[in-house]
Design a protein around this ligand. Structure first.
Ligand SMILES: *Cc1c(COP(=O)(O)O)cnc(C)c1O
Length: 378
């Protein structure tokens, strides 16, 4: 235990044990329905699978370290110069690189409580401190975050939609926030659930994101996107950031060589071409969010309206025990005790069949426990 304790760096020594971001290993051992990690229930795009198969024949060679073809493709898609795109091994690698590039002992980053757990890990690994502000109405409190900025702050992390609440920030509030955030702070606009949120916004006749206009106006922002969610490639580890070229250049220096594999680059490129798979994914998500939301409300659970591919739901009872019972019934969901919300769960929205299975299991457990408490009180 103490053999290397005095030898490792201070951040390595002092970091809290990083909580696993996925609840356990993949559910290969049984037919467990996995609604706990916001993965695509339809799997990867078939086109991506085909492209990755083809790429296998070339894995004796190193990948393109600059991810040139993908970067060019993303730059065109987003109408930005290539220098403003950095491809990383999942968007979490970019979170890590940015923290290494900007933070250190005595510095801090600001985010909301009940947000993406990785923010804490990357900030502490860089030897800095994460400041978490309380939420307001289950969403991010942008003013409270502004108020906590000091001269030692370098990064603000905004997950939009937020994980695990599924909420989006009000655009007028975000505009105001962006105009007031001081120049020494970089704002990370984490849009991991972009495609889902954009689809919901279209259905609701609302606007979701103005992130690119902040960038064009010269703001210090990094927009994070990933292939892990709507594109169904979470196991492949590929994502990207769009931001000021100079800042991304510093991040790129900290990146480990060849961290994005050739298979990942090939899979991501092909996934971008598969609009059919993406459309199927986001339309199923929106219609199933509606069905699940209604059913959960009918069971008297409090559901937060979502803009992502999961629902945050207050059970009003011990969520960890409910999660255990659901697991025994064959469904894995995420209890939010790690986020300080011991009565809440996060359920990834699955296929219609998976959601139906989940709802039936939940109402069965609910019924059994009400019988049990009913007989106890008599
Ligand atoms: C899932 C998720 C990501 C994606 O991380 P990857 O490293 O790209 O898999 C990023 N941010 C948030 C808030 C997420 O929920």
């Amino acid at each position: 235990m103490s053999r290397f304790f005095d030898l490792v760096s201070k951040p390595a020594r002092e970091m809290l044990v990083a909580p696993a971001t996925s609840s356990g290993p993949p559910a290969v051992q049984s037919r467990l329905i996995k609604l706990d990690s916001n993965e695509n229930p339809f799997g990867p795009s078939p086109r991506a699978i085909e492209a990755m198969r083809t790429a296998l024949a070339s894995v004796h060679g190193y990948p393109d370290a600059a991810c040139g073809e993908l970067r060019e493709r993303l730059a065109t898609q987003h109408s930005v110069p290539q220098e403003q795109v950095l491809v990383t091994a999942g968007s979490t690698e970019l979170l890590s690189l940015l923290s290494l590039a900007m933070l250190g002992h005595g510095l801090n980053a600001v985010t909301s409580e009940r947000s993406f757990l990785v923010y804490r890990m990357v900030v502490e690994a860089a030897g800095a401190q994460l400041v978490e502000v309380p939420m307001r109405n289950n969403g991010l409190d942008l003013q409270a975050m502004l108020d906590r900025i000091n001269e030692h702050t370098r990064i603000i992390f905004l997950a939009n939609p937020n994980n695990p609440t599924g909420t989006v920030v009000d655009l007028a509030e975000l505009d105001k926030f962006m105009s007031e955030v001081p120049g020494h702070v970089v704002v990370v606009l984490d849009e991991a659930y972009y495609d889902f949120a954009q689809h919901f916004a279209t259905l609701r006749e609302m606007e979701y994101s103005r992130s690119f206009s902040y960038l064009r106006q010269g703001a210090s922002v990094i927009i994070l996107r990933t292939f892990s969610k709507a594109h169904g490639l979470a196991g492949l580890r590929i994502g990207y950031g769009i931001g000021p070229a100079e800042l991304l250049g510093y991040c790129a220096r900290m990146q480990s060589m060849f961290s994005v594999s050739s298979i990942a680059q090939a899979g991501a490129l092909a996934a971008l071409d598969d609009l059919e798979h993406l459309t199927k994914t986001v339309t199923n998500n929106a219609s199933q969010a509606q069905i699940l939301g209604v059913a959960l409300s009918e069971l008297d659970f409090q559901v937060t309206p979502t803009s992502a591919n999961f629902l945050c739901c207050d059970l009003g009872e011990n969520a960890a025990s409910m999660a255990d019972q659901l697991r025994q019934a064959g469904v894995s969901i995420r209890p939010l005790g790690d986020w300080g919300a011991p009565t809440c769960i996060r359920i990834s929205i699955g296929t219609p069949e998976q959601n139906q299975f989940f709802l039936e299991a939940l109402s069965r457990i609910r019924e059994e426990s009400s019988h049990a408490t009913g007989s106890e009180s008599q």
